[in-house]
Design a protein around this ligand. Structure first.
Ligand SMILES: Nc1ncnc2c1ncn2[C@@H]1O[C@H](COP(=O)(O)OP(=O)(O)O)[C@@H](O)[C@H]1O
Ligand SMILES: [Mg+2]
Length: 235
């Protein structure tokens, strides 16, 4: 099966400093792939490459078997790539409804977008008129996911979804992510701290200093290696 998203031997840099040294990753429809690694490993840059916000120095970015290397973020978004950046990407001073209203640029009506969002995340319906920034971190992350889903993504890129959230909240968010994948979306999840995401991941890659050092099933062997490698006791 052709992967939805494929990075082939990608190098990427900031100025003269190369930070991705030949990264290959692929995500198929319905799959959750976890990209793990310590701070500074290159995870966010990898997502930037996939979303077209960070240029590729060499290598290829493939979408559904098509070479999209060098395409701009708008074209990649049109092709179905949706990045939910670290820090959630919601507008804190706008209400939940208005945050969702902004997604009508996708061509869906406000009613459609709200129906989908409120069905998946009922708490957002209760918070509809509340300023997004006044909600809990978990609720803001739900809103960010709901906004992303309004674009009908083929590929969802999630950067540090769990940042600053309690484990129970993270677990619930990942249940939703798994459900999104079951509906056919390919999901690439970046996390520094691994435990929660490994429970729903089909495949895991461990990135260290701009290289994928290890990848495979998220089994106990990979978990053990992860904690030995860099996560210490936090797994
Ligand atoms: N805007 C930037 N300018 C220069 N260097 C950057 C910039 N953003 C990230 N880097 C560097 O690129 C490397 C990879 O960063 P990043 O992709 O953010 O890693 P991660 O998401 O795994 O923490 C790090 O060494 C980081 O210092
Ligand atoms: Mg990062």
């Amino acid at each position: 099966m052709t992967p939805l998203l494929e990075l082939r031997d990608v190098r990427a840099a900031y100025g003269k400093i190369t930070v991705l040294h030949g990264v290959s990753i692929s995500v198929s429809a319905g799959q959750v792939v976890a990209l793990l690694g310590p701070n500074g490993a290159g995870k966010t840059t990898t997502l930037g490459v996939a979303a077209g916000t960070h240029p590729v120095q060499s290598g290829q970015l493939m979408l559904g078997g098509r070479d999209m290397t060098g395409a701009n973020p708008r074209d990649l978004a049109r092709a179905g790539v949706c990045l939910i950046p670290e820090g959630r990407g919601v507008f804190p001073n706008l209400s939940v409804r208005d945050n969702l209203l902004m997604m009508t640029f996708t061509g869906h009506s406000r009613a459609e977008i709200e129906a989908v969002a409120f069905e998946r995340f009922p708490i957002l319906a209760k918070r509809a008129n509340q300023a997004a920034g006044s909600m809990s971190g978990g609720e803001q992350q739900m809103l960010a996911l709901a906004r992303g889903l309004a674009t009908d993504p083929a590929v969802l890129l999630l950067d540090e979804l769990s940042m600053g959230l309690a484990p129970l909240v993270v677990g619930r968010l990942y249940e939703q992510v798994a459900e999104i994948a079951r509906q056919g979306v390919g999901v690439l999840v970046v996390e520094q701290f691994a435990a929660a995401v490994l429970g729903i991941a089909d495949h895991a890659a461990v990135m260290v200093r701009g290289r994928v050092e290890r990848e495979g099933a998220p089994d106990s062997e990979l978990r053990a290696e992860l904690s030995a490698l860099y996560l210490g006791s936090s797994t």
